[in-house]
Design a protein around this ligand. Structure first.
Ligand SMILES: [Zn+2]
Length: 471
């Protein structure tokens, strides 16, 4: 008989239709797998986790985060997308050593885990050398959560866009062979492909075919502000590239017909509502995606401007879509006074943040809901605080009231990685120290670079267009 853990007496929000919600429920785990969800479960001799005064739910899934950027949190809170591209993505990024990639990924992955995100898709697009890729993967593995390492190239692939002529690096083949010969580990691999709006058509074709050849799921940015208005999905359809193994990130400025093409091909979507509205990608596409039958997942994107947790993101995503729906109703002369029900619910939002995220990562048979046979990726969120009690609507409380400080316990594949509000395997002070070393080293290098010598902390730095600076 295997090792058993019983999570007892919590408000179980399973996100699994057949199980539903149990106001006082238990979850039984054996060898890291959920073997029962019910009430008053008998487990015999086993470890018991008391879930009284807690919501018990599947861990969150973040389907797109540029994790390497964690040491730069909030430096871009007052930047547009283009300031970000100039200052960080093709600016500070070039000074990263492999140890900086490691520090960024470790901090970012632990920030996610601490906030109850048990699966993180690391959209890793600052891989200057094979050593950087190895360091990124090592950071994810050291953190101890479930993650998807999405290999996304480096400066050569992301400089001089649109029309970039550098194909996706061949090192992706080595990474697949050396690190991910199996698809079963806690860390798996995907290919983070540039959309056709960033490259020549020839390069875009090469990149998508590389993913097919390596038998990898794809994640791709599309519909991201001005860059996204070039009809990338229509072009992909013409080339026969659309498939159910692709997650389309953002989608804000795609046409409704393009969203329909994604739906027809079985593709998935990732909405990064905080960043989309902050940086100018366009309106989050949540409602337009739902209209064509796509239930989106959610993603943090860059922690350089916004928060790194799902509670804030769910709040932004639902608030935005409700405001858009209300405005559309008003524009047509309608009001809510006739008793019209609000279409998008807090339970929908929790589904986007869990099971739809798992689907987008190709992991829905393993995680994303509390169901027998799934891996035990489970979080306990405290409800015995002044802001959460009395608990009258668990889904509403999670979406509109909760925050990472309430995440009491986190399990990944049945293993407790956070207990009593503290990460089990890591000393936060040490991780923060590593990230500060990276930040200070990179800023020191930038001081000698004419294009971004004005880089500084404190919120006053707004990056310049390097093309203008060079002229
Ligand atoms: Zn992104």
């Amino acid at each position: 008989m295997g090792e058993k853990v019983l999570i007892r007496g919590g408000y179980v929000l399973s996100m699994e239709p057949a199980v539903g919600e149990l106001p006082e429920g238990d979850v039984l785990i054996e060898d890291g797998v959920i073997v029962a969800v019910g009430t008053n479960l008998e487990a015999g001799d086993c470890e018991v986790i008391d879930a009284g005064n807690c919501i018990v739910m599947p861990g969150f899934v973040d389907t797109h985060r540029h994790t390497w950027q964690a040491p730069w949190r909030n430096i871009a809170s007052d930047w547009s997308l283009f300031h970000y591209l100039w200052g960080l993505h093709t600016g500070l990024s070039k000074f990263y050593r492999p140890e900086d990639t490691y520090a960024g990924n470790l901090l970012g992955a632990l920030e996610a885990l601490d906030a109850g995100i048990t699966t993180l898709l690391d959209w890793s697009h600052n891989l200057a050398t094979p050593e950087h890729a190895d360091a990124a993967i090592a950071g994810l593995r050291a953190a101890g959560g479930r993650s998807v390492f999405a290999h996304g190239g480096g400066a050569q692939q992301w400089g001089s866009v649109p029309g970039n002529t550098s194909p996706h690096p061949q090192d992706a083949r080595r990474v697949r062979n050396e690190h991910f010969s199996s698809n079963d580990g806690l860390v798996t691999m995907a290919l983070a492909v540039r959309g056709p709006q960033f490259t020549t058509n020839e390069v875009a074709l090469h990149d998508f075919r590389l993913a097919q050849e390596l038998d990898l799921d794809v994640t791709v940015h599309v519909g991201d502000g001005e860059l996204g208005k070039t009809r990338p999905i229509e072009w992909m359809r013409g080339e026969g590239l659309l498939s159910d193994r692709i997650t389309y990130v953002h989608c804000c400025t795609l046409g409704d017909d393009e969203l329909q093409m994604i739906a027809d091909s079985g593709g998935k979507a990732s909405v990064a509502a905080d960043v989309e509205m902050q940086m100018g990608h366009g309106w989050p596409a949540t409602g337009r995606l739902l209209a064509v039958g796509i239930r989106p997942s959610l993603s943090i994107d860059v922690c350089t401007s916004t928060g790194g947790h799902m509670f804030g993101l769910m709040r932004t995503a639902i608030g935005t879509q409700r405001a858009l729906d209300n405005a559309a109703r008003e524009a047509l002369g309608g009001t809510l006074a006739d008793g019209t029900e609000i279409e998008l619910t807090c339970r929908d939002m929790l589904g986007f943040a869990t099971i739809e995220g798992a689907r987008a990562c190709g992991l829905d048979s393993r995680v994303g809901s509390l169901a027998v046979g799934k891996q035990a990726d489970i979080i306990l969120v405290r409800t015995d605080t002044l802001g959460m009690s009395p608990l009258n609507n668990a889904a509403g409380a999670l979406v509109y009231n909760a925050h990472p400080g309430l995440v009491d316990t986190v399990l990944v594949a049945g293993r407790v990685v956070k207990r009593d509000g503290k990460l089990v395997d890591h000393d936060p002070a040490k991780i923060i120290g590593l990230a500060e070393q990276t930040r200070d080293y990179v800023l020191g290098q930038a001081a000698d670079d004419a294009l971004i010598s004005d880089a500084r902390l404190g919120g006053g730095w707004v990056p310049r267009n390097p093309a203008a600076a060079q002229a």
